[in-house]
Design a protein. Structure first.
Ligand code: PGA
Length: 243
């Protein structure tokens, strides 16, 4: 039976929001002393790494799998680390959908990030169509297995998975907490079977200060990945105060 970590991991995903002035205002208004993670635009990584308090860990939202090379518009793991990023979100459904990233490509990025010493938050989740046609289990299984490839349990110790049902992202239709808990249990058992290791699994999709507690009360939900509600410092602080 997978165990729940007693200290929830709370991650904000700012997506393509905030200029440096807006981000700086957020940092100055941030009050929580709980550890939190903030995944920001590339331009914000270096300045925020310098001004964020030590309990606020700055990371990125994407990267390329190559070490370096002629890949116009891309960014490498080494560049992210150089800028101060401690972690990277990979395989977010917005990358999979809008930028046609498949699990084979994501697997290469996961391997590269871990090799370069960046922690990884790997996102998986089903669409509404897949959920309604009873394919959730199949989709989660294939996304987890294909995105992690042959990585060993030892390599995966710096990896966290985020279960983000696509139909719940940015829609206000958050997934029922018990339903999310079952998906988390499934994801943990898939990883345990393939790599003989335990992973933390975060829930993401329309999390807000009102519903955050219901997820954190579930035994297989180890934290939250928060989009919209992480943009406002008061609501992000409020979620952290529930932990
Ligand atoms: P949301 O986004 O909280 O705005 O639904 C979550 C995410 O995409 O990580």
């Amino acid at each position: 039976m997978p165990t729940k970590s007693h200290d929830a991991m709370i991650v904000g995903n700012w997506k393509m929001y905030k200029t440096l002035a807006e981000a700086t205002e957020f940092i100055h208004g941030f009050k929580s002393s709980h550890e939190a993670y903030l995944s920001v635009a590339f331009t914000l990584i270096q300045p925020l790494s310098k001004i964020a308090p030590p309990n606020l860990i700055i990371g990125a939202q994407n990267m390329n799998d190559a070490t370096e090379g002629a890949f116009t518009g891309e960014i490498s793991a080494r560049m992210l680390k150089d800028a101060g990023a401690k972690f990277v979100i990979l395989g977010h459904s917005e990358r999979r959908t809008f930028f046609k990233e498949d699990s084979a490509f994501i697997q290469k990025k996961v391997a590269k990030a871990l090799t370069e010493g960046l922690s990884v938050i790997l996102c998986v989740g089903e669409t509404l169509d897949q959920k309604e046609s009873g394919e959730t289990k199949k989709i989660l299984e294939s996304e987890v297995v294909e995105s992690l490839g042959n990585l060993s349990g030892d390599q995966l110790k710096n990896l966290t998975i985020a279960y983000e049902p696509i139909w719940a992202i940015g829609t206000g239709h958050a997934c029922d907490a018990k339903e999310a808990n079952s998906a988390h249990e499934l994801i943990k058992s898939i990883v345990e079977k393939m790599a003989k290791t335990k992973v933390k699994v975060l829930y993401g999709g329309s999390v807000n200060p009102e519903n955050a507690g219901s997820y954190l009360a579930q035994n297989n939900i180890d934290g939250l990945l928060i989009g919209g509600a992480s943009l406002n410092v008061a609501s992000f602080d409020k979620i952290l105060s529930i932990v």
